[in-house]
Design a protein around this ligand. Structure first.
Ligand SMILES: Cc1cc2nc3c(=O)[nH]c(=O)nc-3n(C[C@H](O)[C@H](O)[C@H](O)COP(=O)(O)O)c2cc1C
Length: 321
């Protein structure tokens, strides 16, 4: 039996549902020496702002028993330097590129949206297939509260990017650190996002007993990897029930094909592989290579059959308290 791996996130059709996760696969073609990037559904680059940003002090990542803690701090060259120095090499691999963007204010989001629009030559196809609006970052105009913890701020950021009139779909990358995830997701969709990327990291903190210091230079950080997997599945499930026709990309703790299939069953149209790539740069393509066999093993003839199989009912999940 050959499994049909094709899928779609909203209006964006993909050869298969496996992508890299922003921030874990470099800014450009870094992984191209490990595998053919054009084999993936898409490559999501590390979040870019309209300005260069130095990120946080070292150490920036720490492995933990159930995952990893990071406080890289959105280090990046800025969109225009990236477009000049990284995008051509990445595009030459034949990868379908998803550009992740971030900002510290609504104005920042508007600016980076405009700069992206300037990369699209008149009459030509955009050199990227979607834009992921990473709203899981601090809003300087709201006491550094995370945009994605507020429906209004999320809507304002997505709307500001939408003003640029980009010819590709927008996805909002949301944070799991809120009880209002479904409300925030609804605000993103109402503001023009066609898809939701669920989820970014969970806030965390870890202390080294020997040094009596936090393990990260920034103090706190974001938890990713296996510990995040059920959190991400829950976010996807809750949003799929609330928004049956939204494009949904599931990300969190996916390190093998079974976890990817589990995410599709929760209702994600596609998946991203993050922390697993830091341990093994071939992780995304290994997930892809295992997906057909996993689908066959669990009786799915296609990825879409798995996505549409949600036999869990449509009632809200128990809060589990
Ligand atoms: C080192 C590191 C850097 C990250 N940088 C970004 C980033 O720039 N933008 C973003 O939207 N998410 C970023 N993330 C979050 C991941 O894209 C992903 O949402 C999260 O790690 C959960 O997936 P995982 O468990 O597969 O890693 C980063 C994660 C890690 C571990």
């Amino acid at each position: 039996m050959s499994v049909d791996l094709r899928t779609a996130v909203g209006s964006l059709e993909l050869l298969n549902p496996v992508m890299t996760a922003s921030g874990t696969a470099g800014h450009g073609a870094e992984l191209a020496s490990y595998f053919d990037l054009s084999r993936l559904g898409a490559v999501v680059v590390k979040s870019l702002a309209s300005f260069a940003w130095p990120g946080n002090p070292a150490p920036r990542v720490a492995p933990l028993p159930a995952g990893m803690l990071n406080a890289v701090g959105l280090q990046g060259p800025g969109l225009s330097a990236w477009a000049r120095d990284e995008l051509p090499r990445l595009a030459a691999t034949g990868a379908r590129v998803v550009v992740s963007i971030w900002g510290r204010s609504v104005e920042d989001f508007a600016k980076v949206g405009k700069e992206l629009a300037e990369l699209v030559a008149p009459g030509a196809a955009a050199p990227f297939v979607a834009v992921e609006v990473n709203v899981s970052c601090p809003n300087l105009e709201d006491r550094s509260r995370i945009f994605a913890h507020s429906p209004e701020a999320t809507a304002a950021a997505v709307d500001a990017v939408g003003e640029a009139g980009l010819p590709v779909p927008l996805w909002a990358k949301l944070s799991p650190n809120t009880a209002d995830l479904v409300e925030v997701a609804g605000a993103a969709l109402d503001a023009g996002a066609e898809g939701l990327t669920l989820v970014n990291t969970l806030l965390g903190y870890f202390v080294d007993l020997a040094t009596r210091r936090p393990v990260l230079g920034a103090g706190g950080g974001g938890l990713s990897g296996p510990a995040l997997h059920p959190v991400a599945l829950r976010a996807v499930r809750d949003c799929r029930v609330a928004f049956p026709s939204a494009g949904i990309v599931g990300v969190g703790g996916i390190g093998d094909a079974e976890a990817a299939l589990r995410m599709l069953l929760a209702g994600a149209d596609a998946v991203q592989v993050g922390t697993a790539t830091l341990a093994d740069p071939r992780a995304p393509v290994k997930v892809l290579d295992g997906l057909s066999a996993a689908c066959e093993r669990y009786g799915f003839a296609s990825v879409r059959e798995a996505v549409d199989a949600l036999s869990l009912g449509t009632d809200a999940l128990s809060p589990g308290t």
